[in-house]
Design a protein around this ligand. Structure first.
Ligand code: ARG
Length: 273
């Protein structure tokens, strides 16, 4: 092969490599401005449902309603690292997912369980917490509800839009399922005897049990389900922002910060009761 031919071949290879590189970067900047949008706006918009201590709850600070909890601390740390302000959209749990899906929020954080099904509609970060499902009952009924079958014909609630609705339907199928917008409504109905149990996650159940001495956990072990860890949900395609969040979450986990947030949030939410 002549020198000329070799040079031409090398040039052709270089040209095609750079063309591919160009089109790749053009694609990523055109279709994903999730991170740069936040930076340009200077504010991170976060959807959350503050009815889920210790992850998110309302707290009065100097007479003003604020949101507090693990997810709030985590989000503040994220905003700090991005050098932007933060705005919390406080909505019901179903609307957390809804507002992320339509891009009204940069992300949703609300103790959201990652499931295969939700992965079809959202981008998820790395998980930051592991959860498990339990059934809260009245202490007086401890000897009565000792198996899932013992709830046959009884009313058991789960929060609307959560995976606990599925846990209830699949694992306690003989109960009559009640969907409530908030777990606190379930707690009131349980205490007054209108319902006999509530399916919720153990970290949340513990808070209710600590402040309601008439409530306890049923001695039943529910099976582990798809959705045993919490992560942040972003609109489909928000890859750049998700990658940034992943690096922050990885660092905070390594530094043991998530455990610190849980401890602080438990203290704050207990103090507020
Ligand atoms: N982990 C459950 C789910 O994703 C419940 C989350 C409820 N969160 C809330 N802030 N109320 O389905």
């Amino acid at each position: 092969m002549s020198i000329k031919k070799i040079v031409t071949a090398v040039l052709l290879v270089l040209l095609s490599v750079s063309l591919v590189a160009c089109s790749n970067s053009a694609k990523s900047t055109k279709t994903d401005s999730s991170l740069s949008d936040v930076q340009k706006r200077g504010t991170l918009v976060v959807a959350t449902s503050p009815d889920f201590a210790p992850f998110e709850f309302k707290r009065l600070v100097n007479g003003r309603d604020t949101v507090a909890g693990v997810d709030v601390e985590l989000s503040k740390e994220i905003a700090k690292e991005l050098h932007v302000k933060i705005h919390f959209l406080t909505v019901s749990f179903t609307n957390v997912l809804g507002s992320v899906a339509i891009g009204k929020a940069d992300y949703g954080i609300s103790g959201i369980s990652v499931t295969e099904d939700r992965k079809n509609s959202f981008e998820f970060t790395e998980p930051y917490f592991e959860s498990k499902n339990v059934v809260v009952i009245r202490k007086a009924d401890l000897a009565k509800y000792t198996s899932v079958d013992s709830f046959a014909g009884k009313s058991v609630s789960a929060q609307k839009g959560t995976i606990q609705e599925g846990v209830l339907a699949d694992q306690i199928p003989k109960a009559s399922a009640v969907s409530l917008t908030q777990n606190s409504e379930g707690v009131n109905e349980l205490k007054s005897g209108k319902i006999q149990g509530i399916v919720m996650e153990s970290a949340i159940a513990q808070g209710y049990i600590n402040s309601n001495k008439d409530l306890t956990l049923a001695k039943i072990t529910l099976k582990k389900v798809d959705g045993s860890s919490y992560a942040i949900a972003l609109p489909k395609g928000s890859i750049a922002l998700r990658n940034k969040l992943n690096s922050i979450i990885t660092r905070l986990k390594k530094e043991g910060k998530i455990d610190d947030y849980v401890e602080k949030a438990n203290q704050e939410s207990e103090a507020g009761k």
